[in-house]
Design a protein. Structure first.
Length: 122
């Protein structure tokens, strides 16, 4: 059974927001993290540190526009992951321009992921 976890992070919120409550998933489950994004800024959500490939695999990233009538550049970036092995790890993200390697990101955050051998209780 697949379990979908959606977390929202507004660009103006505290960078520690993602670390407040761990994401709990079972081995083999897929989950998504949804983050506020603005396509006109040139920024996108990127890995600030490599994933620990014993525990997680990045399946992909997709930009979804906001609701009709709102600012057309404002939307959400959806990052999809798969839990590979039992344990605890972190996802470190930064909101930055891909081509500005040495520039400081405008926002950073991290998410703690706890992966168990069985799916967590709902």
């Amino acid at each position: 059974m697949r379990r979908l976890i959606v977390l929202l992070l507004s660009l103006g919120c505290s960078v520690a927001l993602g670390a407040e409550k761990p994401i709990s998933v079972g081995v083999g489950q897929e989950f998504k993290i949804v983050l506020a994004s603005n396509s006109s800024s040139g920024n996108q959500w990127l890995m600030a540190r490599p994933l620990d490939d014993r525990f997680l695999k990045l399946l992909g990233s997709e930009y979804k526009r906001g609701r009709p009538g709102a600012d057309s550049a404002t939307g959400n970036e959806v990052l999809s992951f798969k839990a590979l092995g039992e344990g605890k790890t972190q996802i470190y993200l930064k909101y930055a321009k891909l081509w500005e390697k040495d520039a400081a990101p405008s926002v950073t955050t991290n998410f703690v992921v706890v992966i168990s051998s069985s799916p967590p209780a709902k």
